[in-house]
Design a binder for this molecule. Structure first.
Ligand code: AMP
Ligand code: ZN
Length: 439
């Protein structure tokens, strides 16, 4: 174990595997008892004959039914609540493209625990009350806003709730208030740097920035390195989802060797998305999470659709909370083009290997003359001359070749000027699919 001051909650962060499992069994039993207050789970548990005493080990979680996003939609808005509504103090809702949105309810205790979890993550990467924390997430239904806000306040930092967009103002806050840490979606960091360049601001000299929390969308290791070099900071991967409260579910420690999922809050499973059976450590599968200290709306074996794998259960940082690989993407993000399965992150990984390219790209799928095609547009770095054919042509050819090696198809590659691709304020839109669907 390291110096105790490295941990915000040493009694929870430094548990041994046996202690983690004992706590999980106790909390899971209590969760099952509590879920009997939700009409949804009461019915399911009674049908399956489930009793809290059936849980003797963490692996017994497998005796419980899965919960899906569709269950949340079908029971919209409050059908999964395990407490009366008067005990709830907030809800977060995410809009779906089809059908009802999903709603997640929080009691005051849930919000307190959520703030504790986020504070724990931020402390883990070295932030302290003397830091100035700026949050560039939208405040509102997106949990990255309020989630980081309360967590950073809980830690005791001076917080700058800058919210999304208005990059010039964002930069003024950074320089005027001496911001040392920022939370941002990875795609927004590039935008910040672009505008800093235009303003003649050197982040290394003219700001006090040292730590970034980047998350909310999939990004590659290569993109992280880019971001770190661009700003002269350490960038830590932050994972969360509204259904599990929001940010604070998992975070990298200073070792940057995977995401520590807090096992005193969640039971983590990785399953084969087809058979729903557990996959061995190291193999990619779907992340399934069970909340074990939620009050308003606990979720049992929630199928996240996120794909990842177990990296380990110990770490040089002294924490034994399970380490998972950065998300490969969501099973819903997978593109199937001419029978080949492709994740946007595979394309990103290749693009980020080229110093001539910036970090923004857009993948467009179209049907031309009955053939499905992929076009990859990618922005070049500032100062790169797109009229220089002698440079552009061989570069485009080399990018195409490396992409083909990775995805086994030949995409059309188009280099575009910096800032030319559409920007979104929240999560980046990486894929547009205009293919004809043949019935
Ligand atoms: P939301 O509930 O709208 O906040 O979205 C949650 C989803 O965002 C997760 O299920 C993931 O698909 C994605 N996500 C969040 N954080 C990360 C991260 N660090 N890396 C990759 N994907 C992420
Ligand atoms: Zn660690």
């Amino acid at each position: 174990m390291l110096d105790q001051s490295e941990y915000l909650h040493p009694d929870k962060e430094c548990l041994s595997r046996e202690q983690i499992e004992a706590l999980q069994v106790e909390r899971l039993q209590a969760t099952i008892r509590h879920c009997m207050n939700s009409p949804f789970y009461k019915k399911k548990f009674e049908e399956m004959g489930i009793k809290p005493e059936d849980i003797k080990t963490t692996a017994d979680v497998r005796k419980l039914p899965f919960t899906t996003k569709q269950d949340l939609r079908d029971n919209y808005p409050f059908g999964l609540a395990s407490v009366p509504l008067e005990k709830c103090v907030r809800l977060h809702s995410s809009s779906g493209t089809t059908g009802n949105p999903t709603v997640i309810l929080h009691s005051q205790k849930d919000l307190d625990e959520w703030a504790n979890a986020v504070a724990r993550c931020l402390w883990m990467v070295g932030l302290r009350p003397s830091d100035v924390f700026q949050n560039s997430s939208g405040y509102g239904m997106f949990t990255g806003g309020l989630g980081f806000q309360y967590g950073a306040e809980r830690l005791g930092m001076l917080t700058v709730p800058a919210a999304a967009g208005n990059t010039l103002r964002q930069i003024k806050f950074i320089t005027d208030f001496g911001t040392t840490a920022i939370h941002a979606v990875p795609s927004y960091v590039t935008r910040l740097k672009e505008v800093m360049d235009q303003q003649g601001i050197d982040p290394r000299k003219d700001t006090k920035l040292k730590i970034l929390a980047i998350g909310a969308e999939p990004h590659s290791e290569e993109q992280r390195k880019r971001i770190e070099n661009m700003l002269g900071v350490k960038a830590y991967n932050s994972f969360g989802m509204s259904e599990m409260c929001g940010p604070g579910v998992a975070f990298e420690c200073k070792e940057q060797n995977g995401l520590h999922f807090w096992e005193d809050y969640y039971i983590v499973e990785i399953v084969d998305p087809e058979t729903l059976e557990p996959v061995p450590d190291g193999e990619i599968g779907e992340l399934v999470l069970t909340t074990i200290n939620r009050e308003a709306m606990p979720l049992i074996r929630y199928r996240t659709r996120d794909l990842t794998r177990v990296l380990g259960r110990t770490c040089a940082c002294g924490r034994n909370h399970i380490r998972l690989d950065r998300m490969k993407g969501r099973s819903d993000d997978m593109m199937v083009l001419r029978g080949v399965n492709i994740f946007p992150i595979q394309i990103e990984k290749i693009l980020m290997q080229f110093n001539e390219l910036s970090t923004d790209y857009l993948i467009t799928l179209t049907t031309d003359n009955d053939n499905d095609n992929m076009t990859v547009e990618v922005e070049v770095v500032a100062g790169f001359d797109l009229t220089d054919v002698a440079r552009v042509q061989p570069l485009t050819k080399e990018i195409t070749r490396r992409l083909k090696d990775e995805i086994l198809l030949t995409p059309r590659v188009k280099l575009v000027p910096l800032g030319a691709l559409p920007k979104s304020e929240g999560k980046a839109v990486r894929v547009k699919d205009f293919r004809k669907v043949y019935q």
